[in-house]
Design a binder for this molecule. Structure first.
Ligand code: AMP
Ligand code: MG
Length: 360
């Protein structure tokens, strides 16, 4: 079956159930052949679900953009299943990149380097650099190997929607647009990979993720953060990763983040939610387990314990989607500046809020 994502597609995606501990090799071989031949298949990684197509086929890249409704100047990450497979994709491989990939691959790390002629401009959104990642998931690795080694995969959501952290989320967004969904259960991390750009002298973080600044510094020494991802608002500098420029990860309701002392934040959220209730509207609340009791009104979703940042990261996108299902118009969230992944969590939350923050 050939998938054509350029036009409306009526059939539903075929869903293949796979066990990450021991994925069925025959199913992976079938899915790999499908992707190699130009089809699109969603698959689990340790970060979020990806929407895979053959990275060396310009037509597959076009289908990915069409299925996601993604602007075609927003480049795709190429996924590989063996570290040395990066060499044909790039024209340089600095010592610093070697050290970092030795430490964190397979894992939630994407690196950017100057691209070789093998990589079509359709895959890199017209850029002369290419983003590459070796994911730590046996279903992903099997699919990539059987597809010929190079799978271009953005997150498997409609553009602008929260990234999918389970196969059901992929189905919600893309069921009638792609041929296959490989269902390997919920993901482990729940936030997209850390992106480090090696195309300049000093490595630069273009997107924060599970691998934080301290972990990167330990290996690289000097690392910078793209100023475009630290600030929001009109005067903020433009992020270097094209994808970080768009409103992203967003629920349909209007999300606002509240920052400040715990007690002040809780009081202000209670006040806002009460105001909505008086106007006959139910507002949504995102809070940590520890403050659940502070909110007697509203649709409350607990994101996890303040002491468990892995849980907070894993639950974030699922909660944003849950508000879409219930249809609340306004959502208020506490802030989660946790020690390791806080920057990544707050980066996604602030983007989902379109930069709307109330400082209490
Ligand atoms: P996603 O595919 O949804 O995980 O998003 C991939 C992210 O990587 C987007 O923010 C892209 O803009 C970014 N990206 C991919 N390739 C490059 C590149 N060559 N230079 C800068 N950013 C890139
Ligand atoms: Mg994405």
């Amino acid at each position: 079956m050939e998938t054509d994502c350029s036009g409306p597609r009526k059939e539903k995606s075929r869903v293949l159930q796979l066990d990450e501990a021991c994925p069925d090799q025959e199913l992976l071989r079938e899915a790999g052949a499908y992707v190699k031949g130009g089809g699109l298949a969603a698959f689990p990684t340790e970060t979020v679900y990806g929407l895979g197509g053959n990275a060396l086929d310009p037509e597959a890249a076009k289908k990915i953009y069409a299925a996601k409704g993604r602007p075609s100047d927003n480049p795709l990450i190429i996924h590989i299943a063996s570290a040395e497979d990066i060499f044909p994709l790039v024209t340089e491989f600095p010592e610093s990149a070697r050290k970092l990939t030795e430490k964190f691959w397979p894992g939630p790390l994407t690196i950017i380097l100057p691209k070789s002629d093998l990589v079509p401009y359709e895959t890199t959104g017209g850029l002369d650099t290419v983003a590459v990642r070796f994911p730590d998931n046996r279903i992903a690795q099997g699919l990539i190997r059987f597809s010929g080694g190079y799978v271009a995969a953005p997150s498997a959501n409609r553009s602008g929607r929260p990234s999918p952290t389970c196969a059901e989320h992929v189905r919600e967004d893309l069921e009638d647009k792609i041929g296959m969904i490989l269902d390997g259960g919920p993901v482990r991390i729940g936030l997209e990979s850390t992106i480090v750009d090696f195309s300049e002298d000093i490595p630069v973080i273009l997107r924060p993720g599970y691998i934080g600044m301290d972990m990167l510094k330990e290996v690289l020494g000097e690392v910078r953060t793209d100023p475009g991802i630290l600030k929001t608002g009109k005067d903020a500098p433009r992020p270097k990763a094209p994808g970080m420029r768009y409103r992203h990860y967003a629920p349909r309701g209007e999300l606002t983040i509240l920052e400040g002392e715990q007690e002040d934040v809780r009081r202000e959220i209670r006040r806002l939610v009460r105001e909505h209730a008086e106007a006959g509207e139910t507002a949504g609340i995102i809070c940590c387990n520890e403050s659940r009791e502070a909110y007697p009104q509203g649709e409350v979703h607990c994101i996890g314990s303040r002491d468990d940042e892995n849980e907070i990261a894993r639950n974030l996108y699922g909660i944003l989607r849950a508000f879409d299902a219930s249809g609340v118009g306004r959502i208020y969230s506490e802030s989660f500046f946790t020690p390791g992944m806080g920057q990544a969590i707050m980066n996604r939350l602030i983007k989902a809020a379109g930069g709307r923050i109330i400082r209490c």
